[in-house]
Design a protein around this ligand. Structure first.
Ligand SMILES: C[S@@+](CC[C@H](N)C(=O)[O-])C[C@H]1O[C@@H](n2cnc3c(N)ncnc32)[C@H](O)[C@@H]1O
Length: 388
């Protein structure tokens, strides 16, 4: 069972690339999954669940299911039973979160487990209120004890024990503490970079190519995941900055610095013929507006971006690139999203690429951020693929 981040449909699409999604509950932000394909290409000394989670930008918490119960008393007994083999040496931190299960019932279960267990238990959320993954991480609850999730499914309650949570400190380090940052250009959050890489479904020997690399986020995330990668950008100062980020982060995350190559190049003129693998890129989003764009400003920048893709995509199609995951700009004008994805789909079609319907029946996902005038519309194009 997994708990997903704020962008539910996007996170589900990402999950589907590396496990079977059996059931989803958008309101609760949860999914039941099976058949996890866990990779450890860098031979990292981590638990399988943590390895799995660390590769996913959209999943916050992974838990293993203990059972599904009709009565809360039976759910409580299952938690007590699960704790039977825990060491009694230290005070045991216990957290329980309810999803669709009310606070009072969680509070009662926590009290019951405290009484029924042979451990000395300190309740992390004695009031029964839900506990965030941020708090679980900061308070090291999985190290000092355990976290359980209760998910109301019809008339029953599913009980699961958390096995791994997102490492917030590592994401912050990769996002905020790298030496080169350029707020004006706008940088991709590392979690979204991971999602784009996963949506492009690379094979283990594929290169991950980002022809609009900026500060290098996607290439660096790809290297952390164990892929070879090349990034390029038209702006030489950004390529220098991306290299500095690679030097800094390859030391922090102990990946092969040489797995990442950055060069200065125009994405419309790269020698894609010599490349094999996938393209995962944020792309160029046009003018970065500091205030809401007028109709004319919006139209002009969207036309510029379309023109750029008309040059770049035919070049990309000359390479051995099986999938292209990219972002397109979307502007909100008078409450409506102004999108260029249909124009890009038509262009891609002429080049033998078709959009993948990753988001239910939808072929794109608009990733909007508060206060930003340009949103990112995520699309995935697959060579020789027919949509559906
Ligand atoms: C939205 S930024 C990418 C930011 C990047 N994903 C990051 O996390 O730092 C778009 C980048 O595209 C680059 N760019 C614009 N036109 C380009 C072109 N024709 N060829 C290559 N890069 C280009 C810009 O210099 C900019 O760095």
């Amino acid at each position: 069972m997994v708990q997903l981040g704020a962008h539910f449909a996007l996170s589900v699409a990402e999950l589907k690339t590396c496990c079977t999604v059996l059931q989803t509950d958008e309101r609760m932000g949860l999914a039941l999954v099976g058949d996890l394909r866990i990779k450890n290409p860098r031979g990292l000394p981590q638990k399988p669940e943590q390895l799995f989670l660390n590769r996913l930008g959209g999943t916050q918490r992974i838990a293993s299911v203990l059972g599904v119960f009709h009565e809360m008393a039976a759910a409580q007994a299952a938690v007590v039973d699960e704790l039977k083999t825990e060491s009694r040496e230290h005070t045991f931190q216990l957290a329980v979160s309810g999803f669709g299960v009310d606070r009072k019932a969680v509070k009662l279960l926590l009290e019951g487990v405290k009484k029924g267990s042979r451990l000395t238990i300190k309740r992390a959320n004695g009031d029964g209120g839900s506990i965030t993954t941020g708090r679980l991480f900061r308070d090291k609850i999985l190290k000092k004890g355990a976290d359980f999730m209760l998910w109301k499914l019809g008339g029953e309650v599913l009980v699961a024990r958390t096995k791994a949570i997102q490492n917030i400190r590592n994401y912050t380090l990769r996002d905020r503490q790298k030496p080169f940052r350029d707020a004006h250009m706008g940088m991709l959050p590392p979690k979204l970079a991971q999602i784009l890489i996963n949506l492009s479904k690379p094979k283990s020997d594929d290169a991950i190519i980002d022809p609009f690399c900026g500060s290098g986020t996607i290439s660096i995330e790809a290297a952390i995941m164990g892929y070879r990668t090349h990034g390029s950008d038209i702006a030489p100062e950004r390529v220098t900055g991306a290299q500095a980020n690679n030097t800094f982060l390859s030391e922090k995350f102990r990946y092969d610095h040489g797995a990442v190559k950055f060069i200065t190049a125009d994405a419309t003129q790269l020698k894609y013929q010599k490349m094999a693998g996938v393209i995962a890129t944020e792309g160029w989003l046009g003018h970065n507006f500091a205030a809401a764009p007028t109709d004319r400003q919006s139209e002009k920048t969207l036309l510029d971006v379309i023109a750029m893709w008309h040059k770049a995509l035919p070049e990309m199609a000359k390479g051995q690139i099986h999938t292209i995951a990219l972002c397109l700009p979307v502007h909100q004008i008078r409450g409506r999203n102004r999108s260029i994805s249909e124009k890009i789909f038509a262009l891609a079609d002429r080049l033998g690429y078709a959009p993948v319907a990753l988001f239910g029946s939808r072929k794109s996902y608009v990733y909007a951020r508060d206060g930003a005038y340009t949103s990112r519309e995520i699309i995935v194009l697959k060579k020789g693929h027919s949509p559906g």
